[in-house]
Design a binder for this molecule. Structure first.
Ligand code: FEO
Length: 386
């Protein structure tokens, strides 16, 4: 297990999780990495650790540079266990290391690990003297938990962004310019859509706070390090965080006997006829985390559900719960669905849209099996609304 040099005295010493496919409900089809960074100065400093079951890998990489027992500071930018899980084992080795974190970070780590560790609390703008260089901190609460902060190394112009700017992407390359740009942006977008989206306001605030910094590298806690496409990823973050959408629709549905699927096609035809790009995604065939990647840029969110037992089809209910939690803003919603007798599902989809604050288009319903004429008139009516 090798360490990877970012600059003369700064190394990536994290872990690659090639096989993780379910990251608390998020389909990580390309795996992930847990990034830890080592700064070798008069004070040996480690920024974040890794998920517990990858601690040995991290320790081996650190040992390629320096004896882990010599670590003086462990910066904890974030309590979540994919970044703090290695702390207990590391502290057994680096017994003298002080943990540097935010006040909320300390409280969170105490609740997670019940250990009487030596802490140094840092606040916005504080600096830590490492010898030849210093490390400064900015609190970024709710990007992604209340405890989050980022660290900045001015001498090397490296921003350690933690969850911000991450991607779930396992690869043996460590830098953005070593991989296809489109895939990286797609993974960064999926990550934002499924993890960071509810905190758009806080992301904008954090971006504002960081805008004065000279940045030559963004070293996040997942995926590759940005050194070439820094401006591009910052611009994408600004767009995603401000809920800037395109004239685009995502049509999400499930179907019992094919009728709601027919309605989905009729809805698609209306967007298609108006020259609006639309993506059709069955919940039976697509993971909700992939659907969210489409939702992030879509102005129109169309959700179709058959009525089952007076309510929503379970997969649709589950998707709506996920969507509402991720809180996309400034969208237009269209509810549709087929039914046998009750027909309650469409109202229930609309209820969630209203709770999300979406503007509503007239809903679309069909009893039992829509005829070709029914479908045509649905398409024509909807065309008129777009
Ligand atoms: Fe990658 Fe919020 O942890």
């Amino acid at each position: 297990m090798e360490a990877v040099k970012l600059t003369e005295d700064v190394y990536w010493v994290g872990a690659i999780d090639w096989n993780v496919r379910n990251f608390h409900g998020y389909l990580t089809q390309r795996g992930s990495t847990y990034n830890a960074y080592l700064i070798v100065d008069e004070k040996i400093t480690l920024i974040d650790t890794v998920k517990e079951n990858h601690t040995e890998e991290m320790l081996q990489r650190i040992a390629k540079v320096i004896d882990p027992a010599k670590i003086d500071y462990i910066i904890s930018n974030h309590v979540e266990m994919d970044h703090s899980g290695g702390l207990p084992a590391l502290k057994e080795v680096a017994t003298e290391a002080q943990i540097v974190t935010s006040a909320k970070g300390k409280a969170g780590l105490e609740m997670h690990y019940q250990q009487d560790w030596d802490y140094q609390i840092v606040d916005n703008g504080d600096s830590l003297d490492l010898g030849q260089r210093s490390l400064s901190f900015a609190l970024t609460p709710m990007v992604h938990w209340p405890d989050n902060m980022v660290s900045y190394l001015p001498s090397e112009k490296i921003l350690f962004g933690n969850d911000a700017f991450g991607q779930h992407f396992a690869d043996w390359h460590r830098f953005d310019d070593q991989l296809p740009y489109e895939i990286l942006i797609e993974e960064a977008k999926k990550y934002f859509a499924n993890i960071v989206l509810p905190y758009g306001r806080q992301v904008m605030k954090a971006l504002e706070a960081l805008s004065g910094l000279e940045i030559e590298m963004i070293a996040p806690s997942h995926g590759v390090i940005w050194r070439t496409y820094i401006q591009e990823i910052i611009e994408e973050y600004q767009k995603w965080a401000s809920n800037e959408t395109e004239e685009k629709a995502v049509i999400v549905y499930d179907s019992m006997w094919g009728s709601t699927e027919k309605l989905a096609q009729a809805v698609y035809s209306a967007f298609d006829a108006q020259g609006i790009k639309a993506t059709v995604m069955s919940l039976n065939d697509n993971h909700i985390s992939d659907i969210m990647t489409e939702v992030i840029e879509a102005e129109y969110i169309c959700v179709g559900s058959p009525t089952l037992n007076n309510g929503l089809f379970p997969t649709v209910a589950s998707f709506l719960t996920y969507l509402k939690g991720l809180a996309p803003q400034d969208r237009v919603g269209l509810a549709f669905g087929s039914y046998g007798w009750g027909g309650q599902s469409v109202k229930q989809v609309e209820k969630v849209f209203t709770e999300c604050g979406f503007e509503l288009l007239d809903s679309v319903k069909a009893q039992y099996i829509p005829t070709a004429d029914d479908l045509e008139s649905i398409t024509n009516k909807l065309k008129g609304e777009l």
